[in-house]
Ligand binder design. Structure first.
Ligand code: NAD
Ligand code: WQD
Length: 338
């Protein structure tokens, strides 16, 4: 297999961390990103961490002509498909944009992969495919519930498309991330801010930095020990490392048709109030926050059973939640220093 790996969405949060891990494992990522949410500075950050130049194409995954030219020139041996729109709330406002972008990007890629006989793809899926699960921890066999948002529906549909196409000779690993947080320990890459953060940790770091007045805790009357929602937060570098393990796993498989899914979480549920406490402990910064109403669509409690990924991919999360929060804070400070 060629050492070149097409990384769509590689100028984004998780894709940039995966590109670093790929380079450090001897691969050569080729990044394709339309910069709708990503940023060139993250590509520069990858270069700073690895001291290697990075191949970067600015363009859209749905642009079949561009994909054709890229495959012809770079001849990637596999694809990591991170590119997608990912905001749950925005997807409710703009469902068509989400269906267009997330479904057509995947279909264009699969068409061009077939044409160039590239058969390995690792797909960015999400715990959102499970909806509100009946029991936790969720395993990969936990049945899907009706998706809570158009975004979640695109992830369910993409998995279905991949499963169907795999029958004709595609090898797919779909990685269902729980809640990736943190930033690279070097603070050269992290989550690039765009508008008011919808996710907890970027909101915490911005509130701590004084960019936001205070954090609002969405609901404290859930059936959980402290009344706030429970999630499985995982360091983004551990998520990124899992992709390299997944690539090795794909390369070891003999079968020409493969569709397997893996949960990527640490397997521990942490509440919103615990996250606030841990952030204050590791950074020494006290956070302004208040209790507010529930956020519509929030799942009360979810965390992963990640044992399948740990065994099959020989992968184990290495960072603690404390480290992830510290790295998120260091990234926030770096952003403010310009
Ligand atoms: P991100 O927005 O930081 O990165 C996505 C990147 O894809 C951006 O750089 C954006 O510019 C690019 N992009 C979007 N549409 C494109 C297109 N049509 N063509 C080319 N580039 C395009 O998001 P992220 O957090 O890094 O997420 C990466 C993947 O992981 C997404 O598929 C997302 O749905 C999935 N995911 C993310 C989370 C999370 O909490 N961050 C959780 C589960 C799954
Ligand atoms: C975590 C907890 C909030 C912000 C989302 C997507 C999911 C996946 C991961 C992509 C919840 C609470 C948050 C705030 C708060 N992404 N919170 N105040 O909702 O678990 O998952 O990101 O696939 O699909 O839905 O993550 O970080 O938004 O929220 O109290 O200002 O923090 O209610 O309990 P979530 P999150």
């Amino acid at each position: 297999m060629s050492n070149k790996i097409l990384v769509t969405g590689g100028a984004g949060y998780i894709g940039s961390h995966a590109a670093v891990e790929l380079i450090q494992d001897g691969y050569e990522p080729v990044i394709l990103d339309n910069l709708s949410a990503g940023n060139r500075k993250l590509v520069e950050g990858i270069e700073r961490i690895t001291a290697k130049p990075v191949l970067f194409y600015e363009g859209d995954c749905r642009d079949r002509n561009l994909l054709y030219r890229l495959f012809e020139k770079e001849k990637p041996g596999a694809v990591m498909h991170f590119a997608a729109l990912k905001s749950v709330g925005e997807s409710v406002q703009k469902p068509l944009a989400y269906y267009h972008n997330n479904l057509d990007s995947l279909m264009a890629l699969l068409e061009v992969m077939q044409r160039f006989e590239v058969s390995n793809i690792i797909f960015s899926s999400s715990c959102t495919v499970y909806g509100q699960p009946d029991s936790i921890p969720v395993t990969e066999d936990t049945p899907f519930k009706k998706a809570e948002s158009p975004y979640g529906a695109t992830k369910q549909m993409c998995e279905r498309i991949l499963e169907d196409v795999s029958a004709n000779g595609l090898r797919v690993l779909s990685l269902r991330y729980f809640n990736p947080i943190g930033a690279h320990p070097s603070a050269h890459i992290g989550e690039w801010p765009s508008g008011v953060p919808g996710n907890l940790v970027p909101f915490i770091t911005q509130a701590a930095a004084g960019i936001r007045k205070e954090l609002v805790v969405f609901g404290n009357d859930y059936q959980t020990p402290d009344g706030t929602c429970i999630r499985d937060y995982i360091h983004v570098v551990d998520v990124a490392r899992a992709h390299v393990h997944a690539l090795h796993y794909l390369q070891q498989q003999k079968s020409s048709a493969l569709f397997e899914v893996f949960n990527l979480g640490i397997g521990r549920g942490v509440s919103v109030l615990e996250m606030i406490r841990l952030f204050e402990q590791v950074t020494g910064v006290s956070l302004r926050w208040r209790k507010g109403p529930r956020r519509p669509g929030d799942v009360e409690k979810i965390y992963a059973d990640p044992s399948r990924a740990m065994h099959a991919l020989a992968w184990k999360p290495q960072f603690s939640i404390q480290q992830a929060l510290l790295h998120a804070w260091q990234w926030q400070q770096k952003l403010q220093d310009g």
